[in-house]
Design a binder for this molecule. Structure first.
Ligand code: IMP
Ligand code: MG
Length: 180
């Protein structure tokens, strides 16, 4: 692995090597395996684009019968009063009565997950839980319970393993942190 990389105008240095990510993914998968062993075919709902690599590694460690699906949060400018509006796209099948596990790359302020969580609840699922690769406890300011957190970090900006800096860096297998 490279010690430092450049993406656009910023330099990043290695922070979490792939082996350590794998251990964290295994640990969170084991918890989910225990908690969902008796439940009727849960649906893993990946949030694109950021979760694609985490999702793929996580699902290979899941030992119960499951379905998978993907959604995207599209942001667009609303009216002046509503500011930026987020819309959940890609959820075509009914989730009524189903157990949903949302799979996210990172929960920061919680704006995105808050919107998604409440949109899903309106569709009467049996349960909704959140599984995120990274959680930033110091910036989180919502009430949605984030039950499964593979790793927690400070407020630093990271890239790799699905996470991007202005679309670059998603394919890196290790996590890098911005250097100032
Ligand atoms: P939130 O709505 O503030 O929780 O932010 C969630 C979204 O912001 C994530 O899904 C990412 O797209 C992006 N994000 C937040 N922190 C980082 C980071 O450290 N690296 C890359 N993207 C981030
Ligand atoms: Mg995301």
């Amino acid at each position: 692995m490279k010690e430092t990389i450049q993406l656009h105008d910023r330099k990043f240095k290695i922070m979490i090597p792939a082996e350590e990510i794998d251990r964290a993914v295994t640990a969170v998968a084991e918890r989910i395996n225990r908690d969902y062993a008796e439940r009727e075919t849960p649906i893993f709902l990946g949030v694109l684009n950021g979760s694609f690599m985490f999702f793929s590694d996580l699902i290979k460690k899941v030992e119960f019968m499951n379905e998978i699906s993907f959604v995207k949060l599209a942001s667009y400018a609303g009216t002046a009063s509503t500011g930026e509006v987020q819309q959940l796209i890609g959820l075509n099948n009914s989730i009524e009565g189903r157990h949903i596990i949302i799979v996210e790359d990172i929960v920061d302020t919680g704006e995105s997950i808050d919107h998604m969580y409440h949109t899903l609840l309106e569709k009467n699922p049996a349960s909704v839980e959140v599984c995120t690769l990274f959680f930033k406890p110091n910036s989180y300011r919502k009430e949605v319970p984030i039950k499964y957190r593979a790793m927690e970090i400070g407020n630093e900006f990271i890239v790799g393993y699905g996470l991007d800096y202005d679309q670059l860096g998603r394919s890196l297998k290790d996590i890098y942190v911005v250097t100032e």
